[in-house]
Write a protein that binds this ligand. Structure first.
Ligand code: FAD
Length: 397
């Protein structure tokens, strides 16, 4: 069966591109390696003991500045399931004590530096160069940098400052930050069910050829899909590998990007067994994990959940010992555990030039590329890239 477009990768980048393609009337197929769509935008659910408790192992927060995402949410009739995140603090773990970020800052240093915000431009500066001038070098090194590292779960000193946090126009009638009644994966599932999209899960794509001017996309299970246009929505290294034979220049350019693996361990605990106060996240400077993101932002009567985002390479025993230490419980109190690996880009100064070259290499081809390594790694960056690639699809076919 031939499709107008086959999209490889069912994270929010692939799903949003599929949404735009199907909406424009193209016969759209999406192939996802895992048994569920969503990628880093998928929730995990604990259903033992008659529970229905979701928690996030990847993305957890959306904002009213995510306008393209919100348009899709509206179209999927999910606007009514947007819910606020409870106002619980992001905390620092210092000397086994949870502290607010504010209390960890040196206010005199911050007050001396903050006026720089009016004159300093982010463009061309790294996160370290920009923010150490805004809050002071010591405040940056001792406190703020650890919060920044927690965002993409990797060191962010060398990230381009203008790609970490972006100011975008906001939809004023929508909550400033929010999630969804059934977690972010309800959005992924709703998009996957949209009219005109054929989603195949458990389909890892292993080979791509061009035969008689069409793409032949083969999966590990030996199934071949044919398409006029190919769209890759996988991490940059996977896309680079898949394009090695048919598009060597694009493959090489993709291969020049770096990315980090995030080793996330989610745990569920009975509420009565945990004494630490409700938090949005725990950030522990110079630890083996970048952050522990909690489900306390949507409190539950019976359970609490935490996703520990570890540096890669730690053993299961070490990770579990750290989790139980931080939470102050014995392992027997963990009633459910789930592990995932996510990939996040390691953006560097000069990325805009990389992007310009990539767009010029793609010009005029029936090949679309989307993902979290174009304008930034936020969900809205992924959806925005998919929207702009969908306009190329309209021209290509
Ligand atoms: C821990 C964490 C927390 C985050 N928090 C936030 C947040 O709060 N707010 C925010 O805006 N952003 C957040 N982000 C960033 C955001 O979630 C991601 O950048 C975004 O979800 C990436 O989407 P994607 O579709 O580009 O990639 P992915 O989600 O990685 O999707 C790629 C998909 O491709 C599939 N795939 C890979 N290889 C193949 C293959 N060969 N064949 C078929 N399928 C394949 C994968 O299984 C995966 O489903 C967070 C990211 C992480 C990791």
């Amino acid at each position: 069966m031939k499709s107008d477009v086959v999209i490889v990768g069912g994270g929010i980048s692939g799903l949003s591109l599929a949404f735009y393609a199907a909406k424009a009337g193209f016969k759209t197929t999406l192939l996802e390696k895992n048994d569920n769509p969503g990628g880093s935008f998928s929730s995990h659910r604990y259903t033992g003991n008659n529970a229905n408790f979701w928690f996030e192992l990847g993305a957890h927060t959306c904002y009213n500045s995510y306008q393209n995402l919100l348009d899709i949410v509206d179209a999927c009739n999910l606007t009514d399931s947007i819910i606020p995140r409870e106002k619980v603090p992001f905390t620092l773990l210092v000397d086994k004590q949870l502290k607010s970020v504010f209390s960890a800052l040196n206010i005199f240093e911050a007050l001396k530096s903050i006026p720089n915000i009016f004159s300093l431009k982010k463009e061309g500066l790294s996160v370290r160069d920009y923010y150490s001038k805004i809050v002071g070098v010591n405040n940056y090194n001792n406190t703020l940098s650890h919060f920044f590292n927690a965002v993409p779960s990797q060191p962010t000193d060398d990230f381009p400052a203008d790609m970490m946090f972006k100011s975008r126009p906001k939809r004023k009638e929508v909550l400033k930050n929010y999630t969804f009644k059934e977690g972010l994966q309800s959005v992924a599932k709703a998009i996957a069910k949209s009219k005109g999209i054929n989603v195949f899960t458990d389909q890892e794509v292993t080979g791509i050829e061009v035969i008689d001017g069409s793409y032949a996309i083969t999966t590990k299970a030996g199934v071949t899909h044919s398409a006029t246009t190919l769209a890759l929505a996988t991490p940059s290294a996977v896309s680079s590998h898949l394009l090695q034979t048919i598009e060597p220049d694009i493959s090489k350019h993709l291969g020049s990007l770096k990315a980090a693996t995030v080793d996330s361990v989610g745990v569920v605990i009975n509420k009565r067994d945990l004494s630490i106060k409700p938090v949005a996240a725990i950030i522990s400077p110079n630890d083996i994990f970048f952050s522990a993101v909690s489900r306390d932002t949507v409190s539950d009567d019976n359970y609490r959940g935490f996703a520990f985002h570890f540096k890669p390479g730690e053993s299961d025993e070490t990770k579990m010992r750290r989790i139980t230490d931080v939470l102050g419980i014995s392992e027997s109190k963990i009633i459910h555990k789930h592990t995932v690996l996510n990939t996040v880009p390691s953006l560097r100064l000069g990325h805009r030039e990389w992007l310009e070259k990539m767009n010029s290499l793609l010009a005029g081809k029936n090949l679309l590329l989307t993902g979290n390594y174009f304008g930034g790694m936020a969900i809205e960056d992924c959806v925005s890239r998919s929207l702009s690639e969908s306009s190329r699809l309209k021209k290509a076919l």
